[in-house]
Design a protein around this ligand. Structure first.
Ligand code: ZN
Length: 210
C-alpha cells in the first residue's frame, strides 16, 4: 500500500472503531510502519471518529516529528515495540470498556490476564501479560513493553488499557476487537463455571493461522 492508502486506511479503521464504541473522546492511539520505515501515528488528543488523513503525525523511530500534527505522547511506547519486534507493523492502544475494566482488577495473573476459553483468543492473541501500573506518559511504560515486545502480541497496562500489535493495521484492529470481546465474555461468564481450554487444546491451536 502507498503512504496515502495507509493514511486513508487509518482514518477509516479508527472511525469504524469509534462508531462501534471501542474508542471514546480523545483516548487511545494508533500507529503503523510506513514503507519508508518511519511511523504514521494519531495526533495527540485526537478522536478516532474525526481523524484527517493529511494531519496524521509522521515520526521517525527516535520519535522526531517529521510531518503533520504533534503525535500522542503515548506513541513513545509504540516506537519501543517497533524497535524490539521487527514483525510488528501496526499497534492499537485503547481505553476500551471491558479490557480497561479487566486492567483494574486486583490479583490479576501478571503473566497472562486472560486464561484461554475460546480458540480465537489463542489463535489471535495467545497470552496477555500485564505491565504494572505506571502514570500515563511515564517513560518506563515503553521500557517494560520493549522488554516483552518480541514474545507477545498484546499487553495490558494495569489501571489503563490494552496495547495490541499486528502484522498490519487491519490485523492489529482485528486482534484488538477479538481481545475486547474476549474480555467482555469474561465478565459475562464471571458467575458461571467455565470450561477453560486444556493445555493440550491450547498447544494444538498455537502456531495455527487465524
Ligand atoms: Zn492510554
Amino acid at each position: 500500500m502507498t503512504e496515502q492508502q495507509l493514511r486513508e486506511q487509518m482514518v477509516t479503521l479508527a472511525r469504524s472503531m469509534f462508531e462501534r464504541g471501542y474508542a471514546t473522546g480523545g483516548a487511545g492511539n494508533l500507529s503503523l510502519k510506513l514503507p519508508s520505515g518511519d511511523v504514521l501515528a494519531t495526533p495527540t488528543g485526537s478522536s478516532f471518529g474525526r481523524l484527517v488523513a493529511d494531519e496524521l503525525s509522521v515520526v521517525d523511530l527516535d520519535g522526531n516529528l517529521l510531518s503533520g500534527k504533534r503525535a500522542s505522547k503515548e506513541v513513545a511506547f509504540h516506537l519501543e515495540i517497533y524497535r524490539n519486534n521487527p514483525n510488528c507493523n501496526a499497534i492499537v492502544h485503547l481505553h476500551s470498556t471491558y479490557l480497561t475494566a479487566l486492567s483494574c482488577l486486583d490479583n490479576l495473573n501478571m503473566d497472562n490476564a486472560i486464561r484461554a476459553f475460546t480458540p480465537y483468543y489463542v489463535m489471535r492473541i495467545g497470552e496477555l501479560p500485564v505491565i504494572p501500573y505506571l502514570r500515563p506518559g511515564e517513560p518506563r511504560i515503553a521500557t517494560e513493553l520493549g522488554k516483552r515486545a518480541a514474545d507477545y502480541r498484546a499487553f495490558l497496562l494495569a489501571n489503563h488499557g490494552p496495547v495490541i500489535t499486528g502484522v498490519d493495521l487491519e490485523d492489529a484492529v482485528d486482534n484488538a476487537e477479538e481481545l475486547e470481546e474476549t474480555a467482555k465474555l469474561m465478565f459475562l461468564l464471571k458467575d458461571h463455571p467455565v470450561r477453560y481450554l486444556t493445555d493440550d487444546e491450547v498447544n494444538d491451536l498455537k502456531g495455527r493461522g487465524k
